[in-house]
Each structure stands twice: as C-alpha cells, then as structure tokens.
Design a binder for this molecule. Structure first.
Ligand code: AMP
Length: 199
C-alpha cells in the first residue's frame, strides 16, 4: 500500500498517519519528523533547514526530495508506506512521480484531510496550551505568526496538489472536522476503496 496524506497544518495529519501506518502495517514517513530530527542532531542538513522551518516556510524542493528518495530505499518501505507531509509542492509531486516511474511503483491513493482555516487556528492554539499544561515545550512552529506562514504555504503551494491528484483519479477527501476516530474510519474506508471497480 503506497499512500500520501495531504492536509493543512493542524488538520491532525500526524495522528491519522500513525493510525493508518499501524492499521496497514506500513511505515509512516513524515518529512517534518525527518527534518526535525536532522535539526536536533545538528547535521549539515539540519543546519541548512533550521531557520526556514522556524519561520514556517517550506524548505527547498531539492533538499526534501533527496531526503524522501533515500528514505524510500530502506527495507521497511519496500512493501508500502504512508507519506505524511510530502509532497508539498507541484515540483515535489512531479519528482515523486519520476521516482515511482523509475522504480516501477504505483501510488494507491492520496488522502486529503479537509479542514477550514478558522478551525485550524483554534486547534493549534489548543494543542499549544495542552502541551504547556503537560509541561512540554510547544513545537517551535506552534505560534500564531508562524502558523500564518504555514497556512499560507499550504494554501499557495500545497493545495494545488488536491487538483493534481484529482486529475489522476487518486484523490480521496475526508472531512477533518469530525471526531478523531470518525476521521480514522473514513480514511480506512477511503483506502479500502478500489481505484477501479475492475481491479
Ligand atoms: P510538518 O511537521 O509536516 O508540518 O513539517 C514541519 C516543517 O518542515 C514545515 O513547516 C517545513 O518547514 C518543513 N517541511 C516538512 N515537509 C516538507 C516538504 N515536503 N517540503 C518542504 N518543507 C517541508
């Protein structure tokens, strides 16, 4: 099962990606997690992307495409994966198409968690407050100004992918404002739906 999960910041993408990964026995490949790990490790890659991430902007396409192409070669990704947070731009989606074509792979579905922007801001503010109550540091990019940049990046650079994958007949959209468990069920249904009735 080879899946992509699309959705704006705060839509619950990470939570749902983990659940899908468990349910279908595939790894969750989150570019945000990979890049944060690189920043935490102080690697060359981490130092290159740190400031961009802190602003809530997207890191350059070639950087993230390189990270993903390499990660897809790992043994655990051989039989499938769910990409969480990638692709985020049309050039990234095109690069991923080339990687798939070169390796003779096919995407099974692109899942979109749909949530409107007003609801997202409320959710992220809540998430930051809850983290603070647990005594955890909020994510560096969980503040209103950075959130605005991240939403803008989504609207301008990532949202066009909904159409991109729609044209390919791969898109499955789910209402992200339902309770978490309901969203999980809808996503599982969407994944189970065959691409063509005759497949
Ligand atoms: P996320 O946890 O998916 O929201 O990602 C956190 C940050 O990592 C984003 O705000 C971007 O700065 C960077 N990032 C993650 N994935 C990508 C991607 N596919 N393209 C560009 N930047 C990314």
């Amino acid at each position: 099962m080879r899946l992509i999960l699309l959705g704006p910041p705060g839509a619950g993408k990470g939570t749902q990606a983990v659940r899908i990964a468990q349910r279908f026995g595939i790894p969750q490949l989150s570019t945000g997690d990979m890049l944060r790990a690189a920043v935490a490790a102080g690697s060359e890659l981490g130092n290159r992307v740190k400031d961009t991430m802190a602003r809530g902007d997207l890191v350059p396409d070639d950087v993230v495409v390189g990270v993903v192409a390499e990660r897809l070669e790992a043994d655990d990704a051989r039989n499938g994966f769910i990409l969480d947070g990638f692709p985020r731009t049309t050039p990234q989606a095109e690069a991923l198409d080339r990687v798939f074509a070169e390796r003779g792979l096919q995407l099974d579905a692109v899942l979109e968690i749909r949530v409107d922007e007003g609801a997202l801001v409320d959710r992220i503010v809540k998430r930051a407050k809850e983290a603070a109550q647990r005594g955890e540091a909020a994510r560096a990019d969980d503040n209103p100004e950075v959130l605005r940049s991240r939403l803008e990046a989504y609207r301008e650079q990532t949202a066009p992918l909904v159409e991109y994958y729609g044209r390919k007949g791969l898109l499955r959209s789910v209402d992200g404002l339902q309770p978490i468990d309901a969203v999980s069920e809808r996503l599982a249904d969407a994944i189970g739906r065959p691409r063509h009735a005759t497949d």
